[in-house]
Design a protein around this ligand. Sequence first.
Ligand SMILES: C[S@@+](CC[C@H](N)C(=O)[O-])C[C@H]1O[C@@H](n2cnc3c(N)ncnc32)[C@H](O)[C@@H]1O
Length: 403
Amino acid sequence: MSENIQLSDRAYVSHVEACLRANLNKGLWQLRDLVRNCQGAYPSLVLDILNRMGSELLRSEVEAWSRRVADPSLDSFGALDGIEGNPVLSSWYFTARACRRIERLWDWSTHRIAFLGTPRVYDWFSSSNLGASRVLLDLDALVTQKLKEAHGGDLIVNYDVKDELPHNLVRQFTCVVCDPPWYLDDYHLWIRRSRELAAGGVLCITVYPALVKPAAAGERQSILREIAQDSVSLTLLSEFLEYEIPSFELAQLAEAGVTDLDWWKVADLAIAQLTKSPPAIAPTRQPKKKDGTWHEVDIGSLRIFINAAIQERRDGPLLIPAHDTGILPSPSRREPALQHVNVMTSRGHGFICGDVTKLRLILETFSEVLAANRDPNLAIGPMNIDPESLKTLLSVLRLPGGS
Ligand SMILES: C[S@@+](CC[C@H](N)C(=O)[O-])C[C@H]1O[C@@H](n2cnc3c(N)ncnc32)[C@H](O)[C@@H]1O
């Protein structure tokens, strides 16, 4: 499939369906296995297609789809345990098994490693003291803070890949391990930054599967071509990596009726020996510099992200759910319901808020009151919130009185 071909939605769905039928013909019956073998197609789409095929499938087999299979290697681990996912920064973390696979690629003892947007891999490497030196660069402040507390000796930088690299880190590494959000514009930029970090070194970068979205097959080729053009060699390890399901996606899948899936998302790992020259071509399109800064308020383990730049309405209720119950249908940036969303949570919600300053104040008060174990009504009393939004808020916070 050539780079410029973007499948129409209908053609895309028929590709997914063909893939699904091939897997059913191979004797795969559990939803978990079918999803894992569908090249990144979203689980709720797979379930939709299976439901439409209803008359072709036997009920008893349908029930087998979601049976849970215990696998101790999927237990969570490390300093990032208990941190809920960040939907704004696409925080999909690898399973322990995927980290172990990366560890076993080669002897790391002489490598100066930069972990660009790979905090889970960094945590794994740091815990086992792998590599001659390690530096983590990541934008998620809560994550970098936790990792600083856990691994005192390494340099951990709260860094936005859209900014120039700190001068003292350019060309300092023999290897970069990176996993950008799965969008082509992000890849251009992340590959460029990786080259700046480790010219002449090794790049380990994920490549997303061909059915993740209609344009994915073409985008893969474009990504691989871009990596290859300034590399001495390029190896692609198919389906080498697998991801845990982040808390926001878990809620969104549950809302779509997909539960007990464990991990399902897989990706390839591209390994390139980079040339020593600096990046040849500036990226044609960069991700938007200002989609606005998302401000985070944490209430217990719940993470709430608010974006002042996207506020487009000032009247009506404080919070309007972007979709039905407030849980978004999917975490993808292509999701139409996401368009005007300026409030997201680590539990899959998306809201359109008419007064982000007021919401921030309310949430910060809630956070303080609840942290001090005081009555939540103390936070609500003085706030003058319309009843519908209050119900919504209490439900997000899982407090009595929520809808
Ligand atoms: C797809 S996750 C990769 C995590 C990796 N799979 C792991 O397990 O270590 C993307 C990571 O990039 C980080 N990130 C997203 N946007 C970023 C940006 N603009 N600058 C720096 N880091 C960013 C996120 O915080 C997240 O840790």
